[in-house]
Design a protein around this ligand. Structure first.
Ligand SMILES: [Zn+2]
Ligand SMILES: [Zn+2]
Length: 401
């Protein structure tokens, strides 16, 4: 059933995007896109005045549900039952352009990764020859450089859209395509997942706050191969002083390291989950079941499937020449997930913090080579638990506020 877009200059069918103010006033008004909504806002808002809800003038909404007059930012899903305090800050910036000389993956135009969807032999795990392994080494090194550049820019006040711009530019400088861009129509060049967001957060105009944790998930396509990496970072001193933040971020980091420690020829892809779950539980954390590690090579996501929980039924055993990721998502509370109406952003159902780390690795004769390994210059890295908060009874000096 097609509805017409409310936009005055628009003949498109409407999508699911509704004017939040009309929605609150119990009226239907659907638009085809955020762009169209924004373009028509100054005209459209006049119809709000004619509606008679006198209380509307007295209560300030607790979420930005219509464009902030100063910034033009708004929450596109104001009636969605958010699980924590994170909100989207739309409109998304315009789609970023890429120079013509950059080699695109097959989905760059229409969003459909056709060869990933070819189900013939979907459990067959590719073994790369020496030349292909060199291609993976190269793209993974570039992905590490791009992640490090993005991470170096993190500080309170920076928006995730600004991080996206940095990643996009850094990819172009390395003659690479940012793999997330238009993959199943993902709108941006990197995933940025803040606080209760588990993964697949869409960069937008929300400024990072002192106390946030943010995961940056970078994938590059270069020379015919994808290289995939992510890390979670602390934003500002408040995050470093938050025991929950440090507990979950360091648990996720250690879960990845513990899994990599058992990776070698002969290890079954179903074995990593038990190692990860055991360590997560020992830190009073839980591991997400919905999203898995994956094969990565000429395709962004392919066999094997690498679950991060115990007693999974993943198929396959590591052999030299295979490349795959491990990328545990660890939560302070329940690991049950929920997806925002943007169809991407995955958050914890209980609103608790979630952290993730990811490497791409190559199976060698006697172990694995971590192709996305940290460099001596890489920002971030392990931190200690903040000193236990005291009540002052032991005479310890309180830190300045
Ligand atoms: Zn990734
Ligand atoms: Zn991945």
């Amino acid at each position: 059933m097609a509805r017409a877009c409310e936009g005055a200059d628009c003949s498109n069918d409407a999508g699911t995007l509704q004017c939040p103010t009309c929605q609150k006033q119990g009226k239907d008004s659907f638009f085809c896109s955020q762009d169209c909504f924004k373009r028509n806002w100054s005209e459209h808002k006049k119809i709000h005045k004619s509606s008679s809800n006198p209380l509307g003038n007295f209560f300030t909404p607790t979420v930005i549900s219509e464009p902030d007059p100063n910034t033009g930012h708004y929450n596109p899903f104001p009636s969605f039952p958010y699980t924590g305090s994170l909100r989207p800050a739309y409109p998304l910036s315009p789609t970023r352009e890429l120079p013509a000389h950059i080699t695109r993956p097959e989905y760059a135009k229409d969003g459909i990764p056709r060869s990933e969807q070819n189900f013939v032999g979907r459990n067959k795990i590719t073994i790369l020859d020496k030349k292909q392994q060199e291609g993976m080494r190269k793209v993974c090194r570039l992905a590490r450089e791009v992640l490090d550049e993005a991470a170096a820019a993190l500080k309170p006040g920076v928006t995730t859209d600004e991080i996206d711009a940095i990643v996009h530019k850094a990819c172009i400088e390395r003659d690479s395509y940012p793999s997330p861009l238009n993959y199943y129509n993902f709108p941006k060049s990197v995933c940025t997942s803040v606080n209760e967001s588990i993964c697949h957060g869409i960069p937008d105009h929300r400024a990072l706050k002192d106390g946030d944790i943010v995961n940056i998930d970078v994938t590059l396509y270069h020379g015919g191969f994808h290289g995939d990496i992510n890390e979670t970072y602390y934003v500002g001193d408040k995050a470093l002083a938050n025991p929950d933040a440090v507990r979950v971020v360091e648990a996720a980091r250690d879960c990845l390291d513990a899994a990599i420690a058992i990776a070698k020829p002969g290890t079954a892809f179903k074995e990593y989950g038990a190692v990860i779950e055991k360590l997560a539980k020992s830190r009073n954390c839980n591991t997400v079941k919905t999203y898995c590690g994956h094969g990565v090579n000429t395709q962004f996501h392919c066999a094997p499937n690498v679950p991060h929980y115990a007693k999974n039924k993943a198929i396959g055993i590591a052999k030299p020449g295979m490349t795959f990721t491990i990328e545990p998502m660890i939560c302070t509370g329940s690991a049950k997930d929920k997806t925002w109406p943007d169809n991407w952003t995955s958050v914890t159902q209980d609103g608790g913090l979630s952290a993730q780390f990811e490497h791409t690795m190559l199976v060698t004769e006697d172990g694995v080579e971590v192709l996305t390994a940290r460099l001596p210059s890489s920002p971030g890295g392990k931190v200690e638990m903040p000193a236990a908060a005291t009540n002052g009874a032991d005479g310890a000096e309180k830190p300045a506020a």
